[in-house]
Design a protein. Sequence first.
Length: 415
Amino acid sequence: MPVAQPNFQGSNINLVKQHNLQAILLNLLSEPVLSRVQLARRLNLSNTTITNLIAELIEQGIVSERESAPAENGEQRPVGRPRIDICLNPDARFAVGVHIGVGVFRVGIANLRDQLLLNRMYEFDRKLPAEQVLAQIVAGVETVIQESGVEREHILGVGIGASGLVDFSTGENLLAPNLNWRNVPMRTYFQAGLGLPVVVDNNVRAMAIGEAYFGAGRGVSSLAFVYGRTGVGAGLVLDGRVFRGSSTGAGEIGHTVMLLRGGDPCHCGNSGCLETLVSEPAILRQAERIAGQKPAGLLARTLQERQDISSTERIFLAARQGDPDALRLLHESAYYLGMALANVVNLFNPELILLGGMFSQGQDLFIQPTLETVRQMSFGGLGEKVRLQPATFGWKAGVSGAAALALMQFFYQPE
């Protein structure tokens, strides 16, 4: 078998201008206001080159000029011509984000700072064939675009965050066990149905992109985003780029085998996966078993009586009210989550780990015991340096992440 050769490629001079424009936009994304001189220094470009590039962006309406504001510390403005700053016009372009969950999808439209103008949630029957669900999503996207009032020519494209294994290069959803989908050509379908550029990725990787560029991960060199709901997934952003591995599977932390024997069966076909221990269905299943054994206990009463909140919130409520069984259940879940995250720390050594979904919703119950396990089980004190905190976007994480996926792919950092 021949040895794979390294791929050394030259740089096309025609791409240099596009690269420099993207560098300007990424700098203006990270800092709202910069002068031409500051941009020239940061990018190591001449003032003339920066001036010409800025002129092009102004002509397109993407950036604008404004007179520099007085210093906040009360210092006098320098004598002479006032400095002119450059700032991004966030509403110059927009992206559509679609988050596909289990039995539900969200559609939103966001500006260049990933601020949602409008978003809608739709439910679908999990038993429907994938093509019928995709048709519902197309209709939902068209509705949101129409309701937003955004002109179609100002929409950069559509980002799709999909559950399961996604081939980023082809836009195909290869396997979504919780939906029973296989080999669904999402990008092809949505591009044909919407007439817009489309990018598709795993939904948790999309959320990680949203956090890295628009949320708590801004300015962080490496982060891991872990999302728990019906399943458990992770997204990794290393040195400003999302890590997708050799093909499609990077981040499937939910299918890390935690119990070698005696574990519950998982949708993926294995048993004892992390998902069978710390996902919403797994925690609810364990809580109901405890409630059946102790029908007079606080956990059982809360599960029965509080029909106004979700089942997960009922378990959290019982724990917050001091129920020992609920607390023990969640601490055990946090222990297994911490074990899995310790492996992430040992492999990738992220600066920051963000918890989203159910873990963020119950942050007061999960973060501290999870962090203790990470620090105890990580190699060589690596866990002492990592920060663990809730994600930024809450329930909007999926749709904001999908919009961020489109913003990066079609505007800030095209691949």
